[in-house]
Design a protein around this ligand. Structure first.
Ligand code: PLP
Ligand code: COI
Length: 342
């Protein structure tokens, strides 16, 4: 298929509209309608919509890629479908069925396939959203909901991809609170990270990372990606109850355990421990695996492992994950889903 005119070699993680989006509505009859694919465009809703006034909304993120032999593949899309259901429960929204979610994502990718970057040049990012679009005045679940999914061709989330980044732990802000909404992909979790992230960026860091709001001692995550650190054979990732359970995080833990035979632990990680780690990295659909070269906390900077470079294990995990995603390594867990082109 002929590609549209895009400078594929210089893609960044930024918005660009594509041809087709999907929209379904959950109305007063308390059912999801059959939905439809339509040209990408603006949506209209009441100024009193629950999502606009009270943040009753969720989003997801997943990627479609071209393999070397030009197949189109998705990575664990059912997990995104399940995570949105978890979010629906927490935010009192009607559940969108995960299998239907996957079928819509596949068809949306097919319909926008000329926007999938060529092999090795990037991905087609898929952004499903679920919003309370019915009008409501009191703080309560909206009477109507809209599920929308659109796509966007993207390059690396952090400039330079596999180049090490500098991260600052903030002592001034928290991302989420114990028993709050940090563990679901609620839209309300993100606006509050913009100011801390802007401050960190103005000081030369790629992003800021957060500590837990209960004790201010344990690492939570980076604003849009999970955190890992390695010491010897022990790979650790935070578990605090208020982090987002990343699909990349879960996959990296499995690969590290099953293929690299690392001792993988989900546990509370004090900042001082990460500062003394051999390697650190963050993971996410957008971030993939981004190596962390230096960590700063309260003005003190530690170069991870004593050298500002990509660690050997980080590099092996990156290679294994991305090759599994592109069907270049055995996918023993059946994570990769092909999107047949009809
Ligand atoms: N943490 C936050 C706050 C996120 O928004 C994301 C992105 O989805 C992640 C972590 C990584 O999750 P995943 O690997 O499922 O993309
Ligand atoms: C993703 O990785 O898909 C996310 O949703 C993170 C977001 C900050 C871009």
């Amino acid at each position: 298929m002929a590609k549209i005119k895009i400078d594929w070699s210089n893609l960044t993680f930024s918005f660009r509209k594509t041809k087709t989006m999907y929209m379904a509505t959950f109305g007063k009859d308390r059912k999801w309608d059959t939905g439809c694919f339509l040209p990408f465009g603006n949506v209209s809703m009441s100024p009193a919509a629950g999502v606009l006034n009270y943040g009753q909304g969720l989003f997801e993120g997943l990627k479609a890629q071209h393999t070397r032999d030009n197949k189109i593949v998705l990575f664990r899309p059912i997990e995104n479908g399940r995570r949105i259901v978890d979010g629906c429960k927490r935010l009192c929204m009607p559940e969108f069925p995960p299998r239907r979610f996957v079928e819509i994502v596949k068809e949306l990718v097919r319909k926008n396939r000329e926007y999938i970057p060529p092999y090795g040049k990037g991905s087609l990012y898929i952004r499903p959203c679920l919003w309370g679009t019915g009008a409501i005045l009191g703080v309560a679940p909206a009477p109507e909901y809209t599920f929308i999914a659109f796509t966007c061709p993207v390059g690396p989330y952090y400039k330079g991809g596999m180049t090490p980044i500098k991260i600052e732990f903030t002592a001034d802000f928290h991302r989420s609170a114990p028993r709050g909404t940090g563990h679901v992909k609620s839209i309300s979790n993100y606006a509050g990270t913009m100011y801390p992230s802007k401050l960190a960026k103005s000081r030369g860091y790629a992003d800021c990372a957060y500590l837990d709001a209960r004790s201010d001692r344990f690492i939570e995550e980076v604003g849009g990606a999970n955190f890992f650190c390695l010491k010897g054979n022990k790979l650790s990732t935070p578990v605090t109850g208020s982090i987002l359970p990343g699909i990349t995080r879960k996959s990296v833990m499995t690969i590290a355990r099953d293929i690299l035979k690392l001792d993988v632990r989900e546990r509370e990680i004090p900042v001082a421990e990460a500062m003394a780690a051999d390697e650190c990295f963050c993971t996410g659909t957008a971030a993939v695996i981004s190596p962390i070269g230096a960590l700063t906390f309260k003005g003190k900077t530690h170069v991870v492992g004593g050298k500002f470079r990509v660690g050997e294990t980080t590099s092996r995990l990156y290679s294994l994950l991305t090759k599994i995603q592109l069907q270049e390594e055995t996918d023993r867990w059946n994570w990769v889903v092909e999107v047949p082109v009809r």
